[in-house]
Ligand binder design. Structure first.
Ligand code: AVJ
Length: 303
């Protein structure tokens, strides 16, 4: 983590890896974001999945193993757990051991027969799957448009890794946020209650705590920007003054107005996405969307 932080802050445009947003506090703040009125993705994807569940269940068939990449609190997963027949297992993968440990007993209570095998790890480098029936069909679940937080190289790595891990008859249920007006996007990433601002600034709180840095939290403000050329929302932390910060014995200078770029959240056009999927050996077998075309859930099979 120290190396990643030092490297990110050494560039001309300072950056920090968005995966560091998800410590215990950050994961809780993200769960709060999903309930905000401005944050349309979660409720829209939930509605799409609920409507699509019977069709997904029919296409997936009985006795599959569900593997979730970046499971968090496994909230949307329950829609699939309710709909899929005779699941042979559920493998939630997440970087937060706390979150996995908290979630497992809650899920087990509601799905007493379901074998649950949590795996701590970064889904980009899919960790080895636990002992599960090798004959069971493997179905990946990557909701929330988390794929939008990855750059092209990481998307390719992820799709190839998932293809390898899920096997030749594997399927992938993928949630993608669609391109839309900045009038909808900007409030979704800069809500009136300031929860997203706290989520973004928590990155500095974490770096202060875990790496002994001395960021002045009141000297940075949250900013959500629409980048049209790259079709993505960006989160930045804007330095409010000329200041310097020390991390791991290294000093970093900030000019007033200079930013740390902390997250990209790409908004997809499905035709453009098809090319990316094809390069990663996947193709669309079914496409589900909401009436407002805000978000889409895709069922992918191997190309
Ligand atoms: C983790 C991809 C679902 O990019 O929309 C929410 C993270 N960042 N608000 C997204 C996030 C700011 C979120 N996902």
């Amino acid at each position: 983590m120290l190396d990643d932080v030092l490297e990110g802050l050494a560039g001309r445009q300072k950056t920090l890896p968005s995966r560091l947003l998800y410590d215990a506090r950050g994961s809780d703040l993200f769960e709060d974001i999903t309930a905000l009125p401005e944050y349309y993705p979660t409720r829209t994807e939930t509605a799409i999945l609920t409507a699509a569940a019977p069709d997904l269940s029919r296409r997936i068939g009985e006795g599959a193993v569900l593997v979730e990449y970046g499971a968090g609190a496994s909230v949307k997963t329950r829609i699939l757990l309710d709909a899929l027949e005779a699941l042979a297992g559920y493998v939630p993968i997440d970087v937060s051991e706390d979150m996995l440990a908290k979630t497992k007993p809650l899920l087990q209570q509601d799905y007493p027969e379901l074998p649950i095998h949590p795996v701590v790890g970064n889904f980009l480098v899919p960790p080895p799957l636990p002992d599960i029936d090798p004959r069971a069909r493997r179905v990946g679940f990557f909701p929330g448009s988390t794929i939008g937080n990855l750059d092209d190289a990481d998307i390719e790595t992820f799709l190839a890794g998932a293809a390898e891990e899920l096997g030749p008859d594997g399927l992938l249920v993928l949630g993608v946020d669609l391109k839309k007006s900045p009038d909808i996007l900007i409030p979704a990433y800069d809500d009136a209650q300031g929860v997203t601002a706290d989520f973004n600034r928590n990155l500095l709180v974490r770096i202060n705590r875990e790496l002994g840095a001395d960021f002045d939290l009141d000297a940075f403000r949250h900013e959500a920007r629409w980048n049209e050329a790259d079709s993505r929302m960006e989160m930045h932390l804007v330095s409010l003054a000329d200041q310097s910060v020390t991390i791991g014995g290294k000093r970093f200078d900030f000019a007033a107005g200079e930013t740390i770029h902390t997250e990209n959240s790409r908004k997809f056009d499905l035709d453009e996405l098809d090319a990316v999927l094809a390069a990663g050996a996947w193709s669309r077998e079914a496409t589900y969307t909401d009436p407002g075309q805000l978000f889409s859930v895709l069922l992918l099979g191997r190309a």
